[in-house]
Ligand binder design. Structure first.
Ligand code: SF4
Ligand code: SF4
Length: 218
């Protein structure tokens, strides 16, 4: 179990859905694998690429395409809501709650590591619009601390996955287009799930898969 430090804050999510609307959610191979295994939805159906020049520094690996670098994110609807948001009465729930991306599991808290110790803070931008802050009992972030450990491992695997793609682009082994990247994504996730999808490109997955399966995937 990881050691963590957290603020003494009352918090209970009211399921207003505002954080899902406000933010783009970066996703990893682990996240998309969990969604594919549990829902059957392909990564290319639920994810999109967001231009890194527009985004700024999101501290996530950048995917190289021929016109620049991109982040991999969950798709949104035109009203800004996540494609997995659904109204139930006056609440906006997450329809994939039990296997939602790790990024979604911390709000309104953020954290940083100092060696192997975790420090949580309340995200200052959440104060004022997240109605869950100040609601309910003093929160205990034990579960979130476990997610943070998983997230660190998932981000490392995702970095390997993106580096492999960027090298394929550098070597001119693939077309550096959105379609080609999405084929690569579907191909790798299908293989990891044991449910192969089409792989209509030369993605050299035999070189990649051992590096991705070295640790536990969902
Ligand atoms: S903004 Fe706060 S209360 Fe609303 S869904 Fe997000 S965490 Fe929950
Ligand atoms: S996956 Fe769920 S929690 Fe995450 S942004 Fe979408 S609806 Fe919100």
């Amino acid at each position: 179990m990881v050691t963590y430090v957290q603020p003494k804050v009352r918090f209970k999510c009211t399921l207003c859905g505002e954080c899902c609307r406000r933010y783009w959610i970066t996703v990893t191979v682990d996240d998309l694998l969990a969604i594919f295994i549990n829902s059957g939805l392909r990564p290319s159906e639920v994810s999109a690429l967001y231009n890194a020049n527009v985004a700024g520094d999101w501290q996530a690996p950048r995917i190289r395409l021929r016109d620049g670098y991109y982040y991999l994110v969950l798709r949104k609807r035109v009203d800004g809501s996540c494609i997995f948001n659904e109204w139930r009465g006056d609440r906006m729930i997450c329809t994939i709650h039990s296997y939602k991306p790790l990024t979604c599991r911390f709000y309104p808290f953020i954290y940083h590591w100092v060696y192997d110790k975790l420090y949580f803070e309340l995200y200052d931008k959440a104060m004022g619009y997240c109605p869950g802050v100040g609601n309910g009992p003093i929160v205990d972030l034990a579960r979130e601390s476990e997610y943070a450990v998983k997230s660190r491992e998932a981000k490392e695997r995702f970095r390997v996955f993106v580096n492999h793609w960027n090298k394929l682009v550098d070597d001119k082994s693939v077309e550096a287009t959105v379609d080609s990247f999405m084929n690569y994504l579907d191909c790798v996730i299908g293989l990891l799930a044991g449910r192969p999808l089409e792989c209509p490109g030369v993605f050299k997955v035999n070189e990649l898969l051992p590096a991705l399966t070295g640790g536990p995937l969902h």
